[in-house]
Design a protein around this ligand. Structure first.
Ligand SMILES: *[C@@H]1O[C@H](CO)[C@@H](O)[C@H](O)[C@H]1NC(C)=O
Ligand SMILES: *[C@@H]1O[C@H](CO)[C@@H](O)[C@H](O)[C@H]1NC(C)=O
Ligand SMILES: *[C@@H]1O[C@H](CO)[C@@H](O)[C@H](O)[C@H]1NC(C)=O
Ligand SMILES: *[C@@H]1O[C@H](CO)[C@@H](O)[C@H](O)[C@H]1NC(C)=O
Ligand SMILES: *[C@@H]1O[C@H](CO)[C@@H](O)[C@H](O)[C@H]1NC(C)=O
Ligand SMILES: *[C@@H]1O[C@H](CO)[C@@H](O)[C@H](O)[C@H]1NC(C)=O
Ligand SMILES: *[C@@H]1O[C@H](CO)[C@@H](O)[C@H](O)[C@H]1NC(C)=O
Ligand SMILES: *[C@@H]1O[C@H](CO)[C@@H](O)[C@H](O)[C@H]1NC(C)=O
Ligand SMILES: *[C@@H]1O[C@H](CO)[C@@H](O)[C@H](O)[C@H]1NC(C)=O
Ligand SMILES: *[C@@H]1O[C@H](CO)[C@@H](O)[C@H](O)[C@H]1NC(C)=O
Ligand SMILES: CC(=O)N[C@H]1CO[C@H](CO)[C@@H](O)[C@@H]1O
Length: 704
């Protein structure tokens, strides 16, 4: 029989005994035998806690009444010498001497009054464990041996809960992340027999299989694969127990957990937002521990903290965001993200897609055209009005130079959707175009877009068309055109009925060309044509200039004068050719005798002169000629005489408006006097008829 299996068998017995002890309320001394598998009655086992009292039984009853005990020897089987001796060979048992070896010394006491007799060892030491034998020698009968096994229970020394790094843990442990794996070791040290180490959660047994055991330590590792939110504040107990004789030792920890947020909801009252208005959004989340971090995102852009606030209630956090959406935010996703900062990947999100109402945003641009901002005349121009609006716009209005453009395919103006097509443009269509769009949020006009229609040179209106020159004189003929681009090359031609040639001497100043020309004789006068050409093309209709010869004016003709009154002369002539220039007329009045200039008059329009304040009956010489910038005409001389008779003046002022009135009055009075005289004469004539026949003729003569 080897030592080890024997121990195990004994342990079964020990456990049974221990149970019995506890139930019977008399710890440590109950003795019971159990039938061993091989049929041999095994020795009783005594199970005693260290420090307690062991009472080893020994049957000292005599097999017969006559016989009696002579010697009792207690052995421990691993020690040769007896450990306790009662020698009554020389006297009765009651008075016999008790000898305790050094091993037991004062701790042993053998009570022979009880049946069976009991060897009490107190306090029991761990090393007291062993197989004991009580040898009883009788005076006559055969020696009997009583075997008993003493098993000393040593409670575990201590228990400690360790983390994976074998650091001891106490009370509140963690926080651990929800969903993470938890490994805890429970280490029990000491204890005989080696204790059982079990994990409990409250009253529920979790793990009863220890992983490691040696003489000193028993370790049970608890593994929780995924910590759940229900594990928060869970109490995990490690119970260490090795005997019914002792109560178990317990170590406990409480779990603290970081919990992921459970839900998130972005709450809003509106379905659409007006640009520029303030709106409040709310984000509610629950379940996070510790309090979650709430962030707001517009698409992928994190919004600053200054528009948001957070309030935390137990278990619920509410983030509030106040923003003023702009048109740029239309269609963007507003997202609320909650994160437990302690747990990676714990984010939850909710979002809404913003529908922002805003006024149309429009921009006019030129599509097509030969350069980005220009079109050549006779090309087609396409203008596009790009519109961004929510809600979308129905129609677009086009405005040219402040006036609305109407769809008119005959004029080549075609408005379609968002584009304006101008067919076969002319330079008059250069100018500022804009478009206009309306939706429920308002009306917007675009910026002006300047359409610059490039065109061939054309002759500028209102420029000098007629040039005059004398032979040999140098004339500068100036030709002004309009053109875009203004990089114009000019060509000059001269043409008259006799010849046609190109003029090469001309200089250019942007849109002006000046040709220098000097007619060498009468045949060098005629028509000059000027034509420009630029990148768009050559001028269609040339500018024409007429050069005509000039000189001093011709003399005046058909001069007449009137000398009705003594001091006034009216001279009228017909003008001659003005020499190609504006002429004016000069009248010089000379005294015949003295040959002195008396009067010098200038008439700008016609050769008609009025001369007043002349002496009556004077002889005068009138000299008339024409003048222009090129010189004077030859003169016309007239000899005249003012009227001899002095004029009858009526009043001092010949220019008085009364003068004609007085004349009329005088005429009427004279007429009346004349009529009265005639009537008187007719009446007298009738009365003296026949009486004085000889005087009749004389009276009639007077009447006439
Ligand atoms: C005492 O120990 C025995 C065997 O080891 C066991 O079956 C029994 O349940 C224990 N009694 C108590 C009260 O724990
Ligand atoms: C004690 O020993 C006597 C004598 O040998 C015997 O008769 C008796 O049965 C024993 N008692 C017990 C309890 O074994
Ligand atoms: C906290 O959150 C849990 C899980 O959502 C819920 O069951 C519980 O009622 C909440 N407690 C409070 C006080 O809201
Ligand atoms: C906004 O959310 C919608 C719906 O999930 C998605 O299809 C879209 O891609 C998101 N837009 C952006 C910019 O994230
Ligand atoms: C303008 O006229 C064209 C055809 O001439 C037509 O297709 C287009 O729809 C008209 N646009 C408007 C705004 O009436
Ligand atoms: C105008 O818009 C309609 C519908 O959006 C489209 O079918 C049509 O092709 C467009 N016309 C032009 C000239 O762009
Ligand atoms: C374009 O307009 C011009 C007048 O400006 C005209 O002579 C010409 O025929 C037009 N061309 C077309 C293709 O309509
Ligand atoms: C030249 O002048 C005549 C008459 O003025 C005109 O008929 C003719 O066409 C002109 N020739 C050119 C080339 O200008
Ligand atoms: C000048 O007088 C002459 C003769 O009386 C006449 O024939 C001529 O037409 C007049 N000239 C003008 C310009 O009146
Ligand atoms: C008369 O006046 C004109 C213009 O003022 C001048 O040119 C002319 O010499 C004068 N005649 C005389 C004789 O001075
Ligand atoms: C044209 C002219 O001189 N006519 C008369 C002006 O007056 C004088 C005298 O009064 C006449 O002799 C002229 O014939």
């Amino acid at each position: 029989m080897t030592d080890r299996p024997m121990r195990w068998q004994y342990r079964i017995v020990v456990l049974y005994l221990s149970m019995y002890t506890v139930l019977s309320g008399n710890p440590g001394i109950e003795l019971k035998t159990a039938r061993a598998p091989d049929g041999v009655v095994p020795p009783p086992v005594l199970n005693v806690i260290v420090g307690g009292r062991a009472q080893l039984p020994c049957n000292v009853s005599s097999p017969t009444m006559e016989d009696s005990v002579s010697l009792i020897l207690w052995y421990r089987l691993d020690i040769n010498a007896p450990i306790f001796t009662v020698d009554c060979r020389n006297g009765p048992l009651e008075t016999a001497k008790h000898f305790s070896s050094d091993f037991l010394a004062e701790r042993a006491h053998f009570d022979l009054r009880t049946r069976p007799a009991l060897l009490t060892i107190e306090p029991v030491k761990a090393e007291d464990a062993g197989d004991y034998r009580c040898r009883v020698d009788y005076r006559w009968a055969r020696t009997l041996n009583n075997n008993v096994i003493l098993y000393v229970v040593v409670p575990p020394r201590d228990v400690v809960i360790l983390d994976e790094n074998l650091q001891p843990l106490h009370r509140l442990i963690g926080p651990y992340d929800e969903g993470s794996m938890l490994r805890l070791k429970c280490l029990a040290r000491g204890g005989k027999p080696p204790p059982s180490v079990t994990w409990w959660r409250g009253k529920q047994l979790f793990d009863k299989e220890h992983e490691k055991e040696n003489d000193e330590e028993v370790v049970n590792e608890l593994v929780i694969q995924r910590l759940a939110r229900t594990d928060l504040n869970a109490e995990l107990l490690c119970q260490v127990w090795n005997s019914n004789l002792t109560s178990s030792i317990v170590a406990a920890v409480f779990l603290d957990l970081n919990l992921k947020p459970l839900d998130v909801r972005l709450l809003t009252t509106e379905t659409r937002y007006k640009a520029g208005w303030k709106y409040t959004f709310e984000c509610r989340t629950s379940g996070s521990r510790p309090e979650p971090h709430i962030s707001w995102w517009k698409n992928y852009a994190l919004l600053g903290q200054h528009h948001s606030s957070v309030s935390h209630q137990p278990n619920i956090s509410i983030g509030t965001l106040v923003i003023t959406p702009s048109s740029r935010d239309h269609g963007k996703n507003l997202t609320c993200r909650v994160t437990n900062p302690k747990i990676q990947g714990s984010s939850l999100e909710d979002f809404i897609t913003l529908s922002v109402y805003f006024k149309p945003q429009i921009h006019v641009s030129l599509l097509g055209g030969r350069t980005s901002q220009s079109v050549y005349e006779n090309d087609d121009a396409y203008l596009s009005c790009s519109v961004k609006a929510n809600p979308s716009v129905k129609a677009i209005t086009w405005i040219f130079q402040g006036n609305e453009l109407k769809n008119n395919s005959e004029d080549g103006i075609i408005i379609n959707n968002q584009s304006l097509r101008l067919e076969n443009v002319s330079r008059e269509q250069s100018g500022f175009y804009r478009c206009l769009a309306v939706n429920s949020e308002g009306q917007t006009e675009s910026e002006d877009m300047e359409l610059n229609i490039k065109y061939k040179p054309v002759c500028k209106h209102q420029q000098t068309k007629l040039y005059t020159a004398m032979v040999g004189e140098i004339v500068r003929i100036q030709c002004d055109v309009l053109a875009d681009p203004d990089d114009v090359t000019f060509f000059w031609n001269f043409n008259n009925s006799k010849q046609e040639r190109e003029i090469l001497t001309h200089t250019r100043f942007r849109l002006r060309s000046i040709a220098r020309f000097s007619p060498t004789d009468e045949s060098d006068f005629g028509t000059f044509t000027c034509r420009g050409t630029n990148a768009v093309g050559i001028q269609k209709d040339a500018c024409k200039f007429l050069l005509i010869p000039v000189g001093p004016p011709e003399q005046v003709t058909n001069c007449t004068w009137v000398n009705d009154t003594s001091d006034f002369l009216l001279v009228e002539c017909k003008p001659g050719y003005d020499g190609g220039l504006q002429q004016q007329f000069q009248l010089e009045v000379y005294d015949v005798e003295r040959k002195h200039l008396q009067i010098n008059l200038t008439s700008h329009s016609k050769p008609v002169f009025e001369i007043s304040s002349l002496a009556p009956g004077t002889s005068l010489i009138l000299v008339v000629y024409a003048v222009n910038p090129k010189g004077r005409s030859s003169v016309v001389e007239m000899n005249v005489q003012t009227n001899m008779f002095a004029e009858r003046h009526l009043g001092n002022s010949p220019s008085s408006p009364l003068k004609p009135l007085l004349g009329v009055l005088f005429g009427i009075v004279a007429g009346l006097v004349m009529m009265a005289l005639i009537i008187f004469l007719v009446l007298r004539n009738a009365r003296e008829k026949g009486r004085r026949a000889g005087e009749h003729i004389k009276e009639e003569r007077i009447a006439v």
